[in-house]
Write a protein that binds this ligand. Structure first.
Ligand code: COA
Length: 151
C-alpha cells in the first residue's frame, strides 16, 4: 500500500501530501480499524481504497466518510478502480455510513471520470484550496449517498 500511495505522491496528481509514507504508517491505519480494502491479482497488491473520517469530526457526521483510492500505475485502466469504488460503497453501507465524500484535484481528469462512472455526484469546487509545490490547486468535492439516505 505504501508503494502505491508513494507513486501517487510522486505523480503530484492526487494529494497535497509530498512526504512519502512508510509501510508502518499504512499499517497503523489498518490497525486503527479504519475501513480499507485492497485489490490483488495473483497475490500482487494492485490498489487500495480507504475511508477516513469526514473533516468535521462532530458526532452527528459520524456516518460520513471520506474515501481515497490509489491504483498501481501498471494496473490502471483495467477496471480495478471501479471495482474497489463499488466494493467500498457496499462495505461502508454495511458499517452504517450514509455517505461517502471525495476530494479530487480539479485537474485530476481520470479520477473525476472514474467517480462519474461510479455514480457519484459533483458537489462543487473549492477554489485555491491548498498549494502543491507552491501552486494553488482547486479541489472538486464529490459524494455518493448510501443506504437509507438514497431513499
Ligand atoms: C484515478 C484512478 C484511481 C482510476 O483507477 P483505474 O483503476 O485506472 O480506473 P478504472 O480502470 O476502474 O476505470 C473506470 C472508469 O473510470 C474512467 N477513467 C479511469 N481512468 C481514466 C482515464 N485515464 N481517462 C479517462 N477516463 C478514465 C473511465 O470512465 C473508466 O471506464 P472505462 O475504462 O470503461 O472507460 C487511477 O488512475 C489512480 O490511481 N490515479 C492516481 C491516484 C488518484 O488520482 N487517486 C484518486 C484521488 S484520491
Amino acid at each position: 500500500m505504501a508503494r502505491i500511495y508513494n507513486q501517487g505522491i510522486a505523480e503530484r496528481v492526487a494529494t497535497f501530501e509530498t512526504r512519502e509514507k512508510t509501510p508502518d504508517e499504512l499499517a497503523a491505519l489498518i490497525e486503527s480499524g479504519a475501513l480499507a480494502l485492497v485489490a490483488k491479482r495473483d497475490g500482487v497488491l494492485l490498489a487500495f481504497v480507504k475511508v477516513g473520517p469526514y473533516d468535521d469530526a462532530s458526532h452527528y457526521y459520524s456516518g460520513v466518510g471520506e474515501a481515497t483510492l490509489y491504483v498501481d500505475r501498471a494496473a490502471r485502466r483495467s477496471g480495478v478502480g471501479r471495482a474497489l469504488m463499488d466494493s467500498v460503497a457496499k462495505a461502508a453501507e454495511d458499517r452504517g455510513y450514509y455517505k461517502l465524500v471525495g476530494k479530487i484535484f480539479a485537474s485530476n481528469a481520470p479520477s473525476i471520470a472514474l467517480v462519474k462512472a461510479c455514480g457519484w455526484r459533483e458537489v462543487g469546487v473549492h477554489r485555491r484550496h491548498g498549494r502543491l509545490d507552491g501552486e494553488w490547486k482547486d479541489v472538486l468535492v464529490v459524494e455518493r449517498l448510501l443506504g437509507d439516505a438514497t431513499r
